[in-house]
Design a protein around this ligand. Structure first.
Ligand SMILES: Cc1cc2nc3c(=O)[nH]c(=O)nc-3n(C[C@H](O)[C@H](O)[C@H](O)COP(=O)(O)OP(=O)(O)OC[C@H]3O[C@@H](n4cnc5c(N)ncnc54)[C@H](O)[C@@H]3O)c2cc1C
Length: 276
């Protein structure tokens, strides 16, 4: 039977507390599983060997938003929802967020190298990281990225012109250390978003359409290809509850979001109609 229960749940509030916990766990050979929002789709944050679940949701402070440097530093347990609210107030934006944003934490997403709306243009979250603070399995605390250089005045690059130590923790599922702080790039919030949907008879046509959008530098933030049958399944399941009418879906559906400066969105939308 699948073992999921920990012997202990610990809810630390600082990097220093985590370092102490890790040292004690090492001494007594107790396994630790870091846990953010617990929304991972492969149920990664389970205590399969018992031991400690290290719940990071108390570490939910936004430590710094730099409008000058366009960077933000957050504690591990900040959710995407909380980050977006703080940035929105300043006309700023973090472009990649999972569809589980109200519960998923930033560090949890780094640990899975997540993608989501925004990824068509900005890649996975790993591409937007400027540095991390991590507690290693020994209990030692390290800083990665540009701020690892004591002469660096501000965050500028995750590689910091050295080996990509940051990359070791991106997508690591917590295997190499516990991420306690994340520095991210941020952007000016787009003025306008446009959501559009196109139907295709064949997958090949849908793929070629997306390729042409790329070749024409259309400001696509998010692109998904759905099989019509899947959409029919979900609308049969939930459509009535959410007031979505039944439609005859084409075999393949491309759903797109374009977002940018208002005039560029209008221009790109016209261009997109021409390509379709
Ligand atoms: C409805 C729904 C929609 C989703 N949509 C998307 C989507 O669009 N894109 C996407 O990428 N994912 C998506 N997901 C999957 C999931 O929400 C994301 O991967 C999310 O970022 C995981 O974050 P979490 O805080 O919940 O991490 P958890 O599930 O708590 O943990 C995930 C993994 O990261 C490790 N971990 C957590 N915190 C840390 C830490 N501080 N240091 C080191 N390791 C850590 C855990 O041990 C575990 O291995 C979706 C899930 C749901 C339920």
């Amino acid at each position: 039977m699948l073992h999921i229960w920990p012997d202990l749940v610990v809810r630390p509030s600082s990097t220093e507390e985590i370092a102490e916990i890790v040292k004690i766990a090492n001494e007594y050979r107790v396994p630790i599983v870091p846990r953010g929002g617990g929304t991972g789709l492969q149920a990664e944050a389970l205590a399969r060997r018992g031991g400690i679940i290290l719940d990071l949701t108390r570490m939910d402070k936004i430590l710094d938003i730099s409008e000058e440097n366009l960077s933000v530093t957050v504690e591990a347990g900040v959710t995407f929802g909380k980050l977006d609210k703080a940035l929105r107030n300043k006309g700023l934006w973090f472009p990649i967020y999972p569809k589980s944003s109200l519960s998923a934490t930033i560090a949890g997403n780094v640990a899975v190298n997540g993608a989501g709306p925004g990824s068509a243009l900005y890649g996975c979250i790993g591409e937007q990281i400027l540095g991390l603070k991590v507690v290693l399995p020994t209990g030692e605390v390290i800083t990665t990225g540009s701020m690892a250089n004591p002469n660096s005045p501000r965050h500028y690059l995750r590689y910091a012109f050295g080996p990509d130590i940051t990359g070791l923790f991106i997508g690591s599922l917590g295997a190499f250390g516990i991420i306690t702080e994340v520095d991210l790039k941020i952007y000016k919030r787009p003025e306008e978003f446009k959501h559009v949907t196109y139907g295709f008879e064949e997958a090949k046509g849908a793929m070629e359409f997306l390729r042409q959008l790329l070749l024409n530098n259309i400001s696509v933030l998010h692109a998904c290809i759905y099989e019509g049958d899947i959409l029919t399944f979900f609308i049969d399941l939930l459509g009535e509850e959410y007031g979505i009418p039944k439609v005859e879906w084409p075999p393949y559906v491309v759903s797109l979001t374009i977002g940018c400066r208002k005039d560029i969105v209008e221009h790109d939308y016209e261009l997109m109609l021409g390509i379709f």
